[in-house]
Design a protein around this ligand. Structure first.
Ligand SMILES: *Cc1c(COP(=O)(O)O)cnc(C)c1O
Length: 350
């Protein structure tokens, strides 16, 4: 006998990447930034604590945060909604737009949380397979009963990005909200925020977890037209973002020179990791994110395990119908040197 609703009982639930405690493990498995956040973030949080700001509830819509993000992206504050990590925003979006029996589209192989969110609503997820070259067939997105579509761009685990031209094409062909999940846009050449002006169904989500080195703070935001933001505000928890993450987020956004510096370092190390893994025989697609996807080499599972035994954690990704593959987060140069020293003998003797 279970007390749970039948559709909850049937779910397996989302399993996040392993988070070992202690700092002995070299963590290259959940795409955290290898560099610490801007020092301005800790200063702002300390100042808020000293000012006894925790005594009061936070601003329900994070007015100052909204204004800061709006200014950075050249949009109006009414187009910004903050969330407790971008996952919170994805949850709010799914709750707002999809109910029992509705169809939610997402590509595959891709971010698996979308399936969990659909299952929570009793909605049906329809997965559109990427082509072998990680492009998408726009025509396949035509599907009846679609209430919502998700597309991470850059995508995980591939790290590849769909062109602006195709994004615009998809946005016009979809008769529902189209979420472009830009959790990794801080490492990419391009982004889609300006598509919102011509495509009112586009919702762009952003995260502080990857580009700003603040995965532990839990903050994200979305950019969408004001009617969408107003509707989503009804669905969110009243105080979904706490005082400290909001002030920390403002400080991080205001320190763009720091963000650009870590972005440049990660992109340089990424290029080196890509070419080293290709030289080892992996079929590495060109990454626009802070990780490198390595299919096509020797069986991934034993290599994952041997790395783990030597204190290096990478992500072993398994998708139905695909060979398991390794996704490696871009670390510092030193960390990637250690990873490469360890992985080379494993690959050559398998
Ligand atoms: C990491 C990630 C997120 C979640 O980011 P948070 O802001 O930490 O919740 C969302 N989408 C994709 C594709 C991600 O990889």
């Amino acid at each position: 006998m279970s007390y749970f609703l039948p559709h909850i009982d049937r779910m397996s639930g989302y399993t996040p990447g392993e988070q070992p405690r202690g700092f002995d493990t070299l963590k290259l498995n959940t795409n955290e930034n290898p560099y610490p956040p801007s020092p301005k973030v800790a200063e702002a949080i300390s100042a808020a604590l000293a000012d006894h700001r925790l005594r009061r509830y936070p601003d329900p819509v994070g007015k100052v945060f909204r204004e800061t993000a709006a200014q950075l992206h050249g949009v109006s504050p009414e187009m910004i909604l903050a969330g407790n990590g971008s996952d919170d925003l994805l949850t709010i979006i799914t709750r707002a737009f999809a109910g029992p029996g509705d169809v939610i589209l997402s590509p595959t192989p891709s971010y698996i949380l979308y399936r969990t969110l659909a299952e929570l609503q009793g909605a049906r997820i329809v997965e559109i397979p990427f082509n072998a070259d990680w492009s998408l067939e726009s025509a396949v997105f035509h599907h009846s009963q679609v209430k919502l579509a998700f597309l991470p761009n850059p995508n995980s685990p591939s790290g590849t990005a769909i062109s602006r031209h195709q994004l615009a094409d998809l946005a016009s062909s979809l008769d529902c909200p189209f979420v472009i999940d830009e959790a990794y846009a801080d490492f990419a050449d391009d982004h889609a925020i300006d598509l919102i002006a011509d495509h009112p169904n586009v919702i762009v989500t952003r995260s502080f977890s990857k580009g700003y080195g603040l995965a532990g703070l839990r903050l994200g935001y979305l950019i969408a037209n004001p009617q969408i933001v107003e509707g989503l505000t009804k669905v969110k928890d009243s105080y979904n973002c706490d005082t400290l993450s909001l002030v920390g987020g403002v400080a991080a956004l205001l320190d763009q020179p720091y963000r650009n510096q870590t972005r440049a370092k990660v992109r340089a190390t990424r290029a080196r990791l890509e070419s080293e893994m290709s030289a080892l025989g992996y079929e590495v697609p060109s990454s626009q994110a802070n990780f490198v996807w390595c299919p096509g080499g020797p069986p991934a599972e034993p290599i994952y395990q041997a790395l783990k035994d030597q204190g290096i954690l990478v992500r072993l990704m398994k998708y139905p119908g695909y060979e398991p593959g390794l996704r490696i987060t871009v670390g510092t140069d030193q960390e990637i040197d250690r990873f490469l020293r360890t992985v080379k003998p494993l690959v050559s003797c398998s």
